[in-house]
Write a protein that binds this ligand. Structure first.
Ligand code: NAP
Length: 332
């Protein structure tokens, strides 16, 4: 069984194939043959090490939190899944840097982290949608629910999570202002929920946002982090929601809580997907909501790049260079 692992932290070159014998699934476990693996920015953070990962996991380490596939075998006491069924997962129950292992042809997983895939959702759609969609869901349901009359600022609005947030916010009736890194991404973003695109590497996004929404926006959804988050406070209306969910440009510096008062009694949120649909009883319904939005055409996960498992390093380079639009998949 081939997997892609790292033996040390470093650049994309540390991603190397590792052949291992997979034991039979233990009690409560299911063996899944992966057909589509979602590549996430967090995989790059785990590969690089340091940062907020503390001591991190040991080596060798197989990366990856998300995949879709087919059940190959079930262990004792597994009642909900049968051989041949299509399944998917995003995370296995712990934090995103714990219990990784999706960059592999097959994997034994706790049955409790799996969901059943409906017939009308493809494996690629599931692998492109689940982790990023659950992130969007926790933001929409727990941080700020976009509504008609709201203007929402979404950074990196052509990114995996940003694009889903833009589509979902627009579907709920909000006017989305989206920052993007290129004209091509601006075009994509406008076709995926964004009413006004700002090329934030060429234009001051605070001034541009306030020109479009002079009273300020109701919320900012930010996965870029260091380069955008604190500046974004100046875009918010009083009592607005400042939501940081990621660090694509680097970690957000420490925030003085008094700044929130000075900038208009802002609410500060730092959500994580793992806390949404976190139990077996809520996980399937959290994913079913995403599948319903997909069926309605309200959200569409775009896959800009597909790579073979052996080309995982190239997948990482594509994401790190900001070339991806929507999601990137590995196809074992
Ligand atoms: N909290 C959670 O549970 C959770 C879940 C999923 C993801 N995340 C985090 O959210 C962030 C975005 O995830 P994603 O899947 O949407 O990522 P993605 O699709 O890879 O998009 C990241 C985008 O960020 C922008 N960016 C700005 N500065 C960058 C830099 N220095 N290097 C690379 N990209 C940069 C780029 O867009 P432009 O070219 O438009 O600037 C890039 O395309 C990541 O930090 C990820 O770890 C958190």
């Amino acid at each position: 069984m081939k997997s892609i692992c790292i033996q040390r932290n470093g650049g994309p070159e540390v991603l190397q194939p590792l052949h291992v014998d997979l034991p039979a699934p233990g009690p409560g476990q299911v063996r899944v043959r992966h057909t589509a693996v979602g590549v996430n920015f967090s995989d790059i953070n785990v590969r690089n090490g340091g940062f907020y990962l503390g001591h991190g996991p040991g080596f060798p380490l197989v990366l990856g939190n998300e995949a879709a596939g087919v059940v190959e075998a079930v262990g004792a006491n597994v009642l909900d899944f049968a051989v041949g069924e299509r399944v998917a997962y995003a995370g296995t129950g712990g934090l995103f840097f714990q219990d990784t292992g999706a960059y592999a042809e097959q994997r034994n997983l706790p049955a409790s982290c799996l969901i059943h895939l409906p017939e009308d959702v493809s494996d690629e759609q599931a692998a492109a949608l689940l982790l990023k969609g659950l992130t969007a869901a926790v933001i929409v349901h727990r941080c700020h629910l976009p509504q008609p009359g709201d203007s929402i600022l979404i950074h990196a609005a052509a990114s995996g999570v940003g694009s889903l947030l833009a589509q979902w916010s627009s579907h709920l009736g909000a006017t989305v202002i989206g920052t993007v890194g290129s004209e091509a991404k601006a075009g994509f973003a406008r076709r995926h929920g964004v009413a006004h695109a700002i090329l934030y590497r060429h234009e001051d996004f605070v001034a541009a946002t306030l020109k479009l929404a002079p009273d300020g926006v109701a919320a900012v959804f930010d996965g870029v982090g260091r380069d955008t988050f604190i500046k974004s406070f100046d875009c918010l209306k009083p009592f607005g929601a400042a939501v940081n969910y990621g660090n694509a440009s680097g970690p957000v510096p420490p925030v003085d809580i008094m700044l929130l008062a000075q900038k208009g009694c802002l609410a500060l949120h730092r959500p994580g997907f793992g806390f949404w649909g976190a139990t077996p009883s809520t996980r399937q319904s959290a994913c079913d909501e995403l599948f319903d939005l997909l069926r309605q055409g309200a959200i569409q996960p775009t896959v800009s790049h597909r790579f073979a498992l052996d080309d995982a390093a190239q997948a990482h380079r594509t994401i790190e260079q900001g070339q991806a639009i929507g999601s990137v998949l590995l196809i074992p």
